[in-house]
Structure formats: structure tokens, C-alpha cells
Design a protein around this ligand. Structure first.
Ligand code: SDX
Length: 426
């Protein structure tokens, strides 16, 4: 709703722009009328641009607040499971016990993928990066669910969302099994969402596999901590792809592609590789110096965030889980010592304090995943699995909004101005 007005004077022109107030967070200046006086806004990287109106997730970067549908991430990580969070992200409210049971039953019964999906994997090199395989196979899912799909129909959108939430663990586990040359494991309806994922990842036909309840709890919490995060790069990618009416599986494949980057979801894999490269506590000062050196492209992976400028509340919960899991599994990983000391040093260092750099969600997740036995190159696939519900909830919300338009940014053109073309001798 318009709360106030901003007056913009430029040259001999002046325009009043409405200031819109949300239920929390920054007000926004509605610049849609700016074109009428012949100007565009210019904001590469969207440092100060609101791309949409949303009710799903709220972040307060200064206070380290993350809410999903008004519920704090700390409470959800403690008192809810991932499927409860999925329900509220998709439907807007926390589920009742009956709604939860019904939702869980539906998700459970959609975890299998078409048997033909196996054939897509045969085309990949055995050592293909799991994110390459995930990007390809999620996009390929659009070939199974396209002809009768009408994205303007809410029930069809929710059916696509349920299928994606249900099938991502199956596809992610298939990527892992293909990499290690073991047979794919079918989903089991008698297991919880996290237990089923772990079973598809680690069970083999040759013997029974017992899922550790502690590990399943940790994995479920990791899923919750990665479920959604406002208009981050991959979510914005899914929204932009979906704004044209594209197939939702293809849009989620675009989100997987964007998340893969080391500046985004790829940071958890890069962070663990960095901790392993540092190797021991005494090497930390050398890497801190590299991170500060402007001529060195090295960055401390797992540190810094575009929005959080004090701390990432997810990292705090993740750190607690890290200690619990390592204690429960009796894992004494020296990388945790390196991570804790790196965090301590970085938080005391003036450079990092001045740049507001501190551990983000990716800093501790890798240590937990490694302790669980998940290989480093699978970390971002886990992030993509968990984030799928956030991506598809934003896609669903966008297409539910009246007057939804295709996203089409403009630019500041700095190329050649018009000049005559001289045909060449051919
Ligand atoms: C995720 O958007 C989201 O919500 C993302 C996410 C989600 O849930 O979807 O939270 C998940 O992607 C978390 C971020 C994971 N990425 C990393 O850990 C990679 C390392 N971090 C950086 O690449 C960086 O901090 C970003 C990408 C996270 C944020 O980049 P910004 O906001 O564009 O900030 P910047 O790159 O302009 O950095 C500001 C300054 C720069 O120095 P100056 O040019 O001002 O001198 O801080 C420095 C940077 O050089 N800096 C770092 C640093 N991160 C920023 N210096 C050393 N190490 C780092 N990690």
C-alpha cells in the first residue's frame, strides 16, 4: 500500500513516485512510472532493488532475522520438521495435524520417478559432477509432465510442486549412486522424508541398512535451514524463468544451475575444500591474509552475505547441529577445529568486521554433511534438494498474483551508436 511519496527531480523533469510500505522491512519506492519521464533505474546485482511482492520469507539483515510465513527459523529448526516447513511455504499457514498427515502421505506417494529417467543417467560420464546430472535430469522431468500442464491452474501448480518436493531426493540420490557405480535404490514409503533420502543414498542390495535417527534428524534440520531465503539468486532465476509461463521442472532446473555457482549454493562444497586446503589451525593466518589481499582472488568460502550484515541465523543453528552430530556420531573431525578457529579469528579481525563478513549458512553445513558420509561434491545437490520447495513456492506465489507480468529488465547501453555497414567481398 502507498504510504508516502518520493519526489524525483532530474533536469527540467520532476516526478512523484509512491513509497510502498510492507508488513515489515524496508519500504520501497515504486519506480514503475519512471519510464514516463524517459528514465530507467540502474542497479546491477540488484543491490537495492525489490523485484516482487512476497509473503513467504522475511529477512532482516541487520538483526539476523529469518522468518518463514512469520515463524522464526530458530523455532522451525527446533520444533518443526522439513515437511511442515514445506507445507507452510507452499500454503501460507502451518499445517494442522490432519493437514500434515495428508500432505506427508501425498509427498510419500510421489517419490518414485518414471523408470525411463534411469536412461538419462546412462548418457553421463561416470565422474560427471552431481550438479550437472541434477540440472539435466530435473530439466528432463519436464518431458514427463508437460502436455496437460496449465500453469495458470492453481491445482496443477500445486501438483507440480508436490511432485518436485517428492522426487528431488530420489533424483539426488540417483546422481550419487551413478557416481559411485552402485544400483539406484527405490524410495520406501515406510520411511520419513529424511530417512528415505538416506536410505536411497546409502543402502545397497547386498545388506540391510539401518538409518541412524540422529543422522536423519540432522539431515531433516539441514533441509529446513536451506528451504527458502527470499529473493536470492537462484530463487530470482526461477521467478524470471517462470514469469514467461515456462514448464516448472525446466524453471527448477534453471534454479539448480544458478545455485551451483561458488558465490551461491556452491559455497558449501567450496568451503569444505577450503577447510581441507587450510588443513590445520596454524595455517589459518596465511589464508586470512590471502582473503584480505585485493590482488588475490581468494575468498573465505562460507563467509559473507549480501543481506546479513551481522550474522546468518542459520549458521548459528547449523553450528549447534554440527556439535550435536559430531558428538552423536563420535566423530572427531579436525576440520571442525579449523572451522571454529577460523570463525573466531575472522570475527575478531578488523577487516572482516569492517566488511561485515561472518559465517553464513554454508560454513558449517559441509562439516555435518561430511560427518554423515556425504561426499563434498554432493553438498550443493543437498542444498538444491532442500531449496526446491522455496523455489517452487515463489513460482507458485508469482503465478497466483493478479496482473503477473513476464520479467523483462532494461539496461544502460554503452555500445556502438548507429553506423553504416560496408558489405564484404564474398
Ligand atoms: C548463499 O542470497 C542469499 O540469500 C544466498 C543464500 C541463500 O540461502 O540462498 O544465503 C546462500 O549463497 C550464501 C553465500 C555463500 N557464498 C559464499 O560463502 C562465497 C563467499 N562469499 C562471497 O562471495 C560474498 O560474500 C557473497 C557473494 C556472499 C556476497 O557478495 P556481495 O554482497 O556482492 O559482496 P561483495 O562481493 O561486494 O563483497 C563486499 C566486500 C568486497 O570487498 P571490497 O570490494 O568492498 O573491498 O567484502 C569482500 C569483497 O572483496 N568479501 C570477502 C568475502 N566476501 C566478500 N572477502 C573475503 N572473503 C569473503 N568471503
Amino acid at each position: 500500500m502507498a504510504a508516502d511519496k518520493a519526489v524525483l527531480k532530474v533536469g527540467d523533469k520532476e516526478i512523484e513516485l509512491p513509497v510502498l510500505k510492507g508488513s515489515a522491512g524496508q519500504d520501497v519506492i515504486d519506480v514503475r512510472a519512471l519510464g514516463s519521464i524517459g528514465y530507467f533505474t540502474f542497479d546491477p546485482g540488484f543491490m537495492a532493488t525489490g523485484s516482487c511482492e512476497s509473503e513467504i520469507t522475511f529477512i532482516d539483515g541487520a538483526k539476523g532475522v529469518l522468518l518463514h510465513r512469520g515463524f522464526s527459523i530458530e523455532e522451525l529448526a527446533r520444533d518443526a520438521d522439513y515437511l511442515e516447513v514445506c507445507y507452510m511455504l507452499l500454503h501460507g499457514n502451518a499445517p494442522s495435524s490432519a493437514e500434515y498427515a495428508d500432505f506427508k502421505g501425498t509427498i510419500t506417494r510421489h517419490t518414485m520417478v518414471n523408470e525411463s529417467v534411469n536412461k538419462f543417467f546412462q548418457g553421463f560420464r561416470p565422474d560427471a559432477h552431481p550438479m550437472a546430472m541434477l540440472c539435466g535430469t530435473v530439466g528432463a522431468m519436464s518431458s514427463f509432465y508437460h502436455d496437460d500442464l496449465d500453469v495458470s491452474d492453481q491445482s496443477m501448480r500445486l501438483r507440480s510442486a508436490y511432485r518436485l518436493v517428492a522426487k528431488m531426493p530420489t533424483l539426488v540420490a540417483m546422481c550419487y549412486k551413478y557416481n559411485i557405480g552402485q544400483p539406484f535404490v527405490y524410495p520406501r514409503n515406510d520411511l520419513s522424508y529424511a530417512e528415505n533420502f538416506l536410505n536411497m543414498m546409502f543402502s545397497v542390495p547386498a545388506e540391510d541398512y539401518k538409518v541412524s535417527p540422529a543422522v536423519a534428524r540432522a539431515v531433516d534440520r539441514i533441509f529446513t535451514l536451506h528451504a527458502d531465503h527470499e529473493q536470492n539468486a537462484s530463487t530470482s532465476t526461477v521467478r524470471l524463468a517462470g514469469s514467461s509461463g515456462a514448464n516448472p521442472y525446466a524453471c527448477i532446473a534453471a534454479g539448480v544451475a544458478s545455485l551451483w555457482g561458488p558465490a551461491h549454493g556452491g559455497a558449501n562444497e567450496a568451503c569444505l575444500n577450503m577447510l581441507e586446503e587450510i588443513g590445520s589451525v596454524d595455517k589459518i593466518p596465511e589464508y586470512i591474509a590471502k582473503a584480505k589481499d585485493k590482488s588475490d582472488p581468494f575468498r573465505l568460502m562460507g563467509f559473507g552475505h549480501r543481506v546479513y550484515k551481522n550474522y546468518d541465523p542459520r549458521a548459528t543453528v547449523m553450528r549447534e547441529s554440527c556439535h550435536e552430530v559430531l558428538q552423536e556420531l563420535k566423530v572427531d573431525d579436525p576440520l571442525l577445529d579449523v572451522a571454529m578457529e577460523l570463525e573466531r579469528i575472522a570475527l575478531e579481525d578488523d577487516y572482516f568486521k569492517s566488511k561485515k563478513l561472518f559465517p553464513n549458512v554454508d560454513f558449517y553445513s559441509g562439516i555435518i554433511l561430511k560427518a554423515i558420509g556425504i561426499p563434498t561434491n554432493m553438498f550443493t545437490c543437498i542444498f538444491a534438494l532442500a531449496r526446491t520447495v522455496g523455489w517452487i513456492s515463489h513460482w507458485h506465489e508469482m503465478l497466483s498474483q493478479p496482473g503477473q507480468k513476464i520479467g523483462r529488465p532494461r539496461q544502460l547501453y554503452t555500445g556502438e551508436t548507429q553506423k553504416p555497414y560496408t558489405p564484404i567481398e564474398k
